[in-house]
Structures are given as structure tokens and as C-alpha cells.
Design a protein around this ligand. Structure first.
Ligand SMILES: [Zn+2]
Ligand SMILES: [Zn+2]
Length: 272
């Protein structure tokens, strides 16, 4: 008997790749969650091959040793990943759905990927494809385990408040937007004064002297005071002068730690 070929379908709205199935899944639980939304035309699916037909990746330095990789035309939530180039090995921070030959060649020319770490489920995207292609491990916070739509032995769940990688890179669990919400501290970044890579766990807003923190960005659901205070407490021990958010040029390029403090104060005042 002939079996239907299995595909790893990708949700068009959030960019998440799912476990292999013969037919597209009936729904996307990430999009049905209140932090996302199902697109107005209804649930839609694509595949990596289909996506590669009319999309490519823009690959461009965001800072020295920090290469941005984002899909054009914009796909799903439009984020860009960051390839952090460090002496002990490159870390892919966050991830995107599209992986094509040109992207693979550009990354290999810079030393490949030792490991992938992701801020939260909205950026899990095609992480397993990336991990397999670059023979890399994936570090995810265990509190978000239920949101992994394509599982695999390359995923290592970590627990607690912090997790140390190589070259003093540290994953910090901030919670907030997602319980496992994670930021990365890069002490050599920010011209040696330190940088945080944040996705939208700490999101850089239009006025780049400020950041913000939300339960849901598309549905404008704020966080409460305890969640805001926990984020501030968790990053307090780390020095940093810059923040690289989840989208192109969504970066605070100086005095970032003070920007987080003044943003949290403003937020707490607004919801008091
Ligand atoms: Zn989705
Ligand atoms: Zn998100």
C-alpha cells in the first residue's frame, strides 16, 4: 500500500513548523492562544519548499559579530534571527522559518552554528531544520515545553533562572510574555560593555530610548506589576549597554540598562 508523503507543515501566521503529517494540522495552538491570532482569512499552511519559492533571506550585520538573518518579503511575524559570532563557537539567537542554500553558505562561511537558543515559542519557527542542518543543539526553557510543535532529540530544556553557555554567554529566564521567556547576556557585545539579546521578552519600542513588556503584543494585553518586577530583578546582576530586540534595527544602542529601568518605572506608573 502506498502511504501519503509526510510534510512538516508551517503555519503562515506565526511561522511555526509542526511534526510531520500527511495533511496539514487542523489548527495552530500557538495562533489560537491569546498572545497570537488566527489570520483573518483563516488558518493557512505552507512548507519549507513552498516558502523558498518566493522568499529569500536578508543577511546583514546588525553589529560587529552579530549577523541579522530575516525573511523577505516579510513572513509570519517578521522577526530576524541573530548569529552571534564568538570565539568558542557561534550561537544562533532566535530563529526563522526559512532556511535555504544561500543562507546555509553564508553561515558556514562564518563558522556555522554551535547551538541555537530561543527567547520564546513565537520564534521556535523551523528550529529543528536549522539544528539538523548545522549539527547544533537547541536550548529552550522548560517552562515553555508545551509549545514545542516539532520535537526532537536536539532540544535540551533548561530550568531555573539562568543557564551558562560558553564564553560567559548566559541565558536568563525573565518570564513575562511567556513563562519560559528568555534573554541572552553577551558580555563582549555592546563594544565590550555588554549587550542583551531579547526577542520580545524585553521589546524595543519605536522610541528607542525605551523598551516595553507585554503579555500579548498583537492583542495589547499588558503584564501586571509582579511580572515587570521579576524581569527587572532577573537582569539586574548583568551589565549591558545595548539591547538587540527581535526585529531589524529594533535596538537600543547606548545606555540600555537605564532605558530598561526608566521603561519599567513608566509602565508601573501607568498600570498603578
Ligand atoms: Zn500559528
Ligand atoms: Zn512573542
Amino acid at each position: 500500500m502506498l502511504r501519503d508523503p509526510v510534510e512538516n507543515f508551517i503555519c503562515i501566521q506565526c511561522g511555526t513548523q509542526f511534526e510531520g503529517t500527511a495533511q496539514p494540522p487542523s489548527s495552530c495552538s500557538i495562533c489560537e492562544d491569546e498572545r497570537q491570532f488566527v489570520r483573518h482569512a483563516g488558518q493557512g499552511w505552507t512548507t519549507l519548499d513552498m516558502l523558498a519559492r518566493d522568499h529569500h533571506n536578508r543577511i546583514e550585520d546588525e553589529a560587529p559579530c552579530l549577523l541579522g538573518i530575516g525573511t523577505e518579503p516579510e513572513f509570519a511575524i517578521g522577526q530576524r534571527a541573530l548569529l552571534l559570532q564568538s570565539p568558542g563557537g557561534n550561537l544562533l539567537w532566535d530563529c526563522i522559518s526559512l532556511l535555504d542554500d544561500k543562507t546555509i553558505a553564508e553561515i558556514n562561511a562564518r563558522g556555522g552554528i554551535r547551538a541555537i537558543a530561543i527567547s520564546h515559542p513565537h520564534f521556535y519557527s523551523s528550529m529543528i531544520e536549522w539544528a539538523e542542518r548545522f549539527d547544533a543543539q537547541i536550548f529552550l526553557h522548560a517552562a515553555d515545553r508545551e509549545w514545542v510543535m516539532r520535537k526532537g532529540p536536539r532540544i535540551q530544556f533548561w530550568e531555573g533562572a539562568t543557564f551558562s553557555l560558553w564564553d560567559d554567554l548566559t541565558l536568563i529566564n525573565c518570564g513575562g510574555h511567556f513563562e519560559g521567556g528568555t534573554v541572552l547576556h553577551w558580555p563582549a557585545g555592546g563594544n565590550g560593555k555588554g549587550a542583551l539579546l531579547t526577542g520580545d521578552i524585553v521589546t524595543v519600542v519605536q522610541d528607542r530610548r525605551y523598551v516595553s513588556f507585554m503579555q500579548s503584543y498583537p492583542n495589547l494585553i499588558p503584564l501586571g506589576p509582579a511580572a515587570i518586577r521579576r524581569i527587572i530583578e532577573r537582569i539586574e546582576p548583568f551589565s549591558f549597554d545595548q539591547i538587540y530586540g527581535g526585529w531589524w534595527q529594533a535596538n537600543v544602542l547606548s545606555d540600555a540598562k537605564a532605558a530598561v529601568a526608566r521603561s519599567a518605572e513608566r509602565y508601573l506608573r501607568a498600570i498603578a
